[in-house]
Design a binder for this molecule. Structure first.
Ligand code: HEM
Length: 411
């Protein structure tokens, strides 16, 4: 990007639209020329963008950097409801240790590799059923988002949280609306996202209340939370807040990785064929897909609690920081030729799951689900292809979780 175009882009508010598979073009220029730079967000707030791999990692590991949204300088990006949640709906995603540590300890056992692996056969059966339904459906094309990408993580969340299976259709609908955020300028779209958030909060509150009324609240996550609230370990309103954050964090993310990941593989037929011949490469390919797509990138926001030197620049105490994990994951000094998708690359140290104390708690679950999904899809529908030109795929270029609205496929 030439310096003039870069200046023009910088003069407009952050964020800038993504390209279908890539970050906004200016990220590469920023990494080279202005690795730590101050911008104004769409919500009208100043914030420092950090773009180099080492700097993003350093910021996310720094105890002088806070994730607590109550700090006045905490950067709001779109000024949406979830970002400016009042204190009683604040989740542990927006807390610092030691408060944050309490919630991580309470929940982490549910996401340990052993616990997650025990669910693998059930997830395999779920994915097989979804693919059976695709294969026996006489209609073509089929939207992979509705047929596979959304229902799998949604059902798995129902299991671990303890949400009744009959509410799944509702769950899918709400998750989809949460993902339709737009660029913050269309009030209808913003209202829809805000309403979906409120509706989901009301729903999980009702579920929590029903468990609260039961003598034995159960052993799933909702049951564990209700017990913790009864024992005074967590405030009662956190039962719904945590259920909500898990639903939002675990739903659209895995769904988007499934749809956008499949599309990426279809765009790289030689590598796709290699994976079909040698499925043992799939786990490594998933790490590369996570790095290359970095679907969650406008969620990782922080504030400096002290003056902080990052990449030779001092970020003053009280100012917002946006460590751009998407820019970091495309840093050539860490991943040679980083814009190239390469299933053989060693990419497991990517920051698609964030880094530091808030690093994604659901990553073992996401990895297992994606492994089952990609292994089964490539094996059972080996001739899968996109049913429309890639230019016509409706990409979510503004959402804070990147993905596609639909993915028509055939075979
Ligand atoms: C491929 C799918 C996923 C991606 C790319 C992803 C990405 C992320 C990222 C980047 C963060 C860090 C946010 C920050 O530092 O501010 C995060 C946090 C989190 N994720 Fe995920 N996630 C995925 C799937 C899941 C799943 C399946 C669950 C659970 C069901 C989950 C639960 C969480 C939770 C609870 C946090 C907050 C952790 C904390 O604040 O301590 N995620 N995720």
């Amino acid at each position: 990007m030439n310096p003039e175009t870069a200046q023009v882009t910088l003069a407009t508010s952050f964020p800038w639209p993504r390209l279908p598979f890539d970050p906004p073009e200016i990220y590469a220029w920023l990494r080279e020329e202005r690795p730590v730079t101050r911008v104004t967000t769409r919500a009208g707030e100043p914030a420092w963008l950090v773009t180099r791999y080492d700097d993003v990692r350093a910021v996310l590991a720094d105890p002088r950097v806070s994730a607590d949204i109550r700090h006045p300088g905490f950067p709001l990006i779109f000024s949406s409801h979830e970002e400016s949640a009042p204190d009683n709906t604040r989740s542990f995603l927006r807390m610092d240790p030691p408060e944050h540590t309490l919630y991580r300890r309470l929940l982490s056992k549910n996401f340990q590799v052993k616990r997650v692996e025990a669910m693998r056969p059930a997830v395999q059966a779920l994915v097989d059923d979804a693919i059976d339904a695709m294969l026996t459906n006489p209609h073509r094309p089929i939207d992979l988002v509705q047929a596979l990408a959304l229902p799998v993580p949604s059902t798995v969340l129902s299991w671990i949280l303890g949400v009744p299976v009959e509410d799944q259709a509702f769950f899918n609908k709400i998750a989809e609306q949460l993902g339709h955020r737009g660029d913050g300028s269309d009030p209808t779209v913003m209202d829809q996202a805000r309403n979906a958030h409120a509706e989901l909060h009301a729903y999980v509150s009702r579920l929590g209340a029903a468990r609260e009324a039961a003598e034995d609240p159960g052993n799933d996550i909702l049951g564990q939370l209700v017990k913790a609230a009864r024992e005074g370990v967590i405030p009662p309103e956190q039962v719904a807040n945590i259920a909500l954050v898990l639903t939002v964090a675990g739903h659209d993310t895995t769904a988007s990785m499934t749809a956008l990941g499949t599309l990426t593989l279809l765009q790289h037929p030689a590598q796709l064929a290699e994976l079909q011949q040698n499925p043992a490469l799939i786990p490594n390919a998933i790490e590369e897909l996570l790095r290359y797509l970095t679907i969650v990138h406008l969620v990782v926001t922080r504030v400096a609690t002290e003056d902080l030197e990052v990449g030779g620049v001092v970020i003053p105490a009280g100012e917002g920081i946006i460590p751009l994990n998407f820019a970091a994951n495309r840093d050539d000094t860490h991943y040679p030729d980083a814009d190239r998708f390469d299933i053989h690359r060693q990419a497991r140290d990517h920051m698609a799951f964030g880094y530091g104390v808030h690093q994604c708690m659901g990553q073992p679950l996401a990895r297992m689900e994606l492994h089952v999904i990609f292994e089964t899809l490539l094996r059972r529908i080996p001739t899968l292809r996109l049913a429309i030109p890639v230019e016509d795929v409706p990409f979510k270029s503004w959402a804070n979780i990147n993905g596609v609205f639909e993915l028509p496929v055939t075979w």
